[in-house]
Each structure stands twice: as C-alpha cells, then as structure tokens.
Design a protein around this ligand. Structure first.
Ligand SMILES: *Cc1c(COP(=O)(O)O)cnc(C)c1O
Length: 395
C-alpha cells in the first residue's frame, strides 16, 4: 500500500522506546510512577456532568448539531471573554466552538496556508502547530524559546525572506511545555509585528485559568487591535478538567473564524449538543472549582520543585500552566536522562526533545498526577539521588 507523503512525513513517535519500557516494566509487575501526562486527574465538576446527563435525555440533542455551535454557547463564550478579559466579541461572527482546541489548531493552516507558505512555530512547542502546517502543504520556521529570553520568541532574528513567505505566527502562553508566561507588553509587541508583516497571530491559550500565587494570565485579544490580526484558541479541557469531552473554542478575527467555519462544515457536523450544554454550564455555573483545582496544582508544584532542587535538578517555579520544565544533569541528553529515571527509579518524565530540538537539555514534569503517586514518585527520586553522588547539574 502506498501511503500519502503527508502521512509518511509524520515524525516518528519520539517516545516509542520509553513507552516500550513502561509496558515491559508494568508487565513484570513493577510499578511505574508517571509525571508524563498532561491530562487533569481530577474529575469534571459534578454540576457540569449533571447538565450533560440532563441534556443527553433530550431528543433535540440526538440529532445533527450545527457546525457553528448552539447560539447560546457562542453567547456564553462572548460573555465569559467580556467578564474575564474585558474583551468584546460578536457571538455570531467572532466565536466558533470546536472539538477541543486541537481541532482548530490542526485545521487553521488549511484556511491560511497555500503550498510552500510558512508558519512561524515556537520550539519547543505543542507539536500540532507544525503538523497542521505540514498537512496543509506549508512549512514551519521554528522560533527557539530560550531560557535567557524567559521562553519568549525573539522576533527580531527572523530573516526577511522568511517573513515574506510567512502567513501564521503561533504563540502559546501560559506555555506548554516550559511553564513560561507572557504579559500584555509582549502581546502588544507581537500584534504590532504581525500588522507590520501581514501575519495572522494564532494564540493558543488553554492555560489562562491554570495559574498560581494570585497570578492572572492575560488574553492575546487584550492587545492593541488584536482582532484585526489575531485569533485565540481556548479550551475547557484544562480549565474545567474536561479533556475527555472534547470541547473548546476559537475567538477573534471574523474573516478567519468564518473561513474555519466554512472549512469545518465540510469535515465535521458540529459538537454533540449535550457536550455544548455542559460547556454552557461550565462557563455560567459556580467558578470556585477553578480556584480549588489551582490550589491542588500549586501544592503539587511546590512539592515537586522542592524535591527537584534538593536532588540538584534546576527548575524554575512556574506561575501558570500544568508543567515544570527542569534542566537535566550534565552529561545526559533529555532522552538519556528520562531513560535513566525510568530504568533506575521507575519514574516517567517527558524528554524536552519531544517538543522540538530546543527542548534538548530539559525534561517536563506534569502536575496532573494524583497525590498518592506524586508522593511516591518524589520519594523514589530522593532515594535515587542519595545513591548518585556524582550527578552534576547543567548550568
Ligand atoms: C492541552 C493543550 C491543547 C489541547 O486542548 P484540547 O482542547 O483538549 O484539544 C492545546 N494546546 C496546548 C498547548 C495544550 O497543552
């Protein structure tokens, strides 16, 4: 069978070797503690599930939904943006519900990118930005995120000939995998840059509600004239522990939103309406669950940072997101170090290179690990370190 180039070109799954080892260990009955997965372990709040169950009983919700979502959901999303970010949106033109943010992230390139066009993509970054670009026939130009720049891309180093072919600029704050945050000053600079170079800014913002120590992330749409040059992806996955229900949204520039709607109406037939009602409940119901979840993540964050620092792994305390981005000790690549931890300790961390070549030298630990596992994993790491007096930390 001859497969298409776009499928043949898909990068090999980077964690094959690690996944195989995890499976082997489990088969031998050995315990494996995973800090690898970025998927909330806390269940969806009960009032949201109740609304979902209720809505699923209504035969009106058993039929094809509209691709552009329930008008009520679009209205609720616009109201939430107004109240949360002080951003006004036209619910009929500037809001589109999605099958999770990933749906829109993977498909937006089809609306902006023609053969050979370029998307500017952060490295390290969520892999779907560049894969969506490749599927649409485009190419990615990677923008390194470096610790010395607080993991913000340096836009001034992009060559002119690249900018001439570039159509999209991807950014993502609070950031996966680095845990970095960006303020309005950065977003204003990005908006200015995009206007000057005729780019669409795609801001991926699923972690704006996952923040600690009173930090309050901003929306890209708060930047000057953002709606003229930008869209923002958002999701209920991380805000309301709804990764399993698949619902998110994109908001912003009306022309782009309409293009994505036209594209998607040929691919899917809308989001199951019962799930849309669950989303309405999430945005309009009690919001205390967000603070409760953040308190849990913050406590886990502090426990992990403490142990990492004690065992000599350098990691900054993230103000937001679900991730800790830790430096690997000297003498190891990301993958080698992740493999050592798995082999010798039974602890899974994600090698930074899974998110791009500039992820080299780091591993990612996720805060979505149940407390019992977390405590076990941390004690395994501490014990292991005490047997390894030669470990050097990379500077
Ligand atoms: C989790 C995540 C998403 C995907 O969210 P869904 O709404 O579940 O599809 C998108 N971008 C980043 C950076 C993420 O970490």
């Amino acid at each position: 069978m001859r497969l298409s180039r776009r499928v043949e070109q898909l990068p090999p799954y980077l964690f094959v070797e690690i996944s195989r080892k995890i499976a082997e260990k489990k088969a031998r009955g050995e315990e494996v503690v995973s800090f690898g997965i970025g998927d909330p372990d806390i269940p969806t709040p009960p009032h949201i599930i109740e609304r979902l169950c209720q809505a699923s009983q209504d035969p009106a919700n058993h039929r094809y939904p509209e691709t552009d979502g329930l008008p009520e959901l679009r209205k609720v999303i616009a109201e939430w943006y107004q109240q949360r970010f002080d951003v006004s949106l036209d619910p009929d033109k500037e809001v589109l519900p999605l099958w999770g943010a990933k749906d829109g992230i993977a498909h937006i390139a089809f609306c902006l990118i023609d053969h050979g066009d370029i998307a500017l993509v952060p490295d390290p970054g969520y892999p779907v930005y560049s894969i969506g670009t490749m599927f649409a026939g485009g190419r990615s130009y990677y923008l390194p995120l470096r610790e010395r720049d607080n993991f913000l891309p340096d836009l001034s180093i992009i060559p002119d000939y690249i900018l001439k072919q570039a159509r999209l600029l991807w950014i993502n704050y609070p950031n996966n995998p680095t845990g970095a945050v960006a303020g309005l000053d950065f977003f204003n600079r990005v908006a200015h840059f995009a206007r000057k170079h005729n780019l669409l800014v795609c801001h991926d913002g699923p972690y704006t509600e996952v923040a600690f120590d009173g930090y309050n992330p901003v929306s890209f749409l708060q930047a000057d004239g953002a709606k003229e040059i930008g869209i923002e992806f958002h999701s209920l996955s991380k805000s309301f522990n709804m990764t399993g229900w698949r619902i998110g949204m994109v908001v912003g520039n009306a022309t782009v939103i309409n293009a994505l709607l036209r594209f998607k109406s040929n691919i899917d037939s809308g989001i199951p309406q019962a799930i849309q009602y669950a989303a309405i409940e999430a945005f309009t119901g009690p919001q205390d669950c967000i603070a409760e979840h953040n308190a849990i993540y913050q406590r886990r964050r502090d426990l992990i940072i403490d142990v990492l620092n004690n065992i000599g792994l350098e990691a900054k305390t993230p103000k937001a997101s679900l991730y800790i981005w830790a430096k690997v000790p000297q003498g190891y690549t990301s993958t080698e170090f992740a493999t050592v931890l798995l082999d010798e300790v039974g602890v899974v961390v994600t090698p930074g290179t899974g998110y791009g070549k500039h992820g080299e030298g780091y591993v990612r630990l996720s805060l979505t690990i149940p407390d019992v596992q977390l405590v076990k994993g941390l004690s395994l790491l501490s014990k292991w370190r005490s047997t390894r007096s030669t470990l050097k930390v990379k500077r």
